[in-house]
Design a protein around this ligand. Structure first.
Ligand code: 8YV
Length: 306
């Protein structure tokens, strides 16, 4: 029996899950050889454009190995009647953990301390500047979706006061609502960015928001690079008008501007928010289940409703 053809624009991990995709489907990696493919596998930070869809006339399902759909041309997918699935919930803890790790690393100068020891500066009598307590501060969460709320649960569980900004106040939330990023930044010290990417959230964290966060402020971005204005962030870090930053996402990945790489107390990671073996296995399972449901003519498990 011939296996259905699936175009993979992104990979799935861990390897045993990729092997399952290979066992069940004829996986193609070249778009120009996929005119008859009904399914495309992509990732949150890879997506698929209208131009790519135009080259795939048989396409019926875009299976995103991730939750971000900002890189998928959703309007075009809808126009063409193409369904989109994502991998919600199963990665929330991993991304929340990354956000927490970045906040701790920036506040307590962990990455800087590591570089300091490796460079032999400790042995030479050097001193690392004092850090800032993280858990004694107020946390602000910008984007109170599944990931933001999972992070809020973790922070509250550690005794932190948590504020949040979302499109509207959530009646079922134990946390304190602020209607916009500026008001959130005025009242918190740690600003966690967990909002979805795309035009609606572009530049939400700008120079004014950073100024409102203040000298003891730390910005953590595990969402999408453009939600935070890079030039404003670099300026605030260099001027010391905020205390630090932890960034997992960037405007033009995998390229990270030299100004950020040189910025003081800025912890940088290579978009590893969901990169735990546990989360990636569960994400891959959902991707495989959605693709299998599509070919079996059954309802998709986690459709993204446009
Ligand atoms: C990964 C992500 O980069 O879920 C997302 O939107 O950005 C991340 O989880 C990627 O999608 C993993 O394949």
């Amino acid at each position: 029996m011939t296996r259905p053809r699936v175009l993979a624009l992104a990979e799935i991990k861990p390897p045993e899950m990729a092997a399952r995709l290979d066992a069940d489907y004829h996986v193609i990696h070249d778009l120009t050889e996929a005119a008859d493919a009904e399914v495309v596998l992509t990732a949150g930070n890879v997506g698929i454009s209208a131009q790519q869809m135009a080259q795939l006339p048989a396409l019926r399902l875009i299976a995103v190995n991730g939750v971000g759909v900002d890189a998928v041309d959703l309007a075009e997918a809808q126009r063409r009647g193409i369904a989109v699935t994502t991998t919600p919930d199963v990665l929330s803890l991993a991304v929340a953990e990354t956000a927490l790790a970045l906040a701790l690393a920036a506040g307590r100068r962990i990455a800087e301390g590591d570089r300091f020891v490796r460079a032999g500066k400790w042995a030479l009598g050097g001193k690392l500047p004092l850090g800032l307590s993280v858990l004694e501060r107020r946390a602000g969460i910008l984007g109170y979706g599944r990931i933001g709320r999972r992070l809020a649960d973790l922070l509250r569980g550690m005794g932190m006061e948590v504020l949040y900004t979302a499109r509207s106040e959530r009646a079922d939330s134990p946390d304190t609502f602020r209607p916009d990023a500026l008001m959130l930044a005025q009242d918190c010290d740690l600003l966690f960015v967990t909002a979805a990417g795309g035009s609606e959230t572009r530049g939400l964290v700008d120079a004014k928001v950073l100024a409102a966060l203040g000298q003891g402020g730390i910005v953590v971005n595990v969402a999408r690079g453009p939600v935070v204005e890079t030039a404003a962030l670099v300026a605030a870090l260099n001027a010391g008008t905020i205390a630090g930053a932890g960034l997992d996402v960037f405007d033009d990945e995998p390229h990270v501007p030299q100004a950020l790489r040189d910025a003081p107390n800025c912890v940088l990671t290579p978009h590893i928010g969901s990169a735990t073996a546990e989360a990636r296995r569960a994400m891959a399972q959902l991707v495989l289940d959605n693709i299998a449901a599509y070919f079996a003519g059954q309802p998709l498990l986690t459709p993204y409703e446009v």
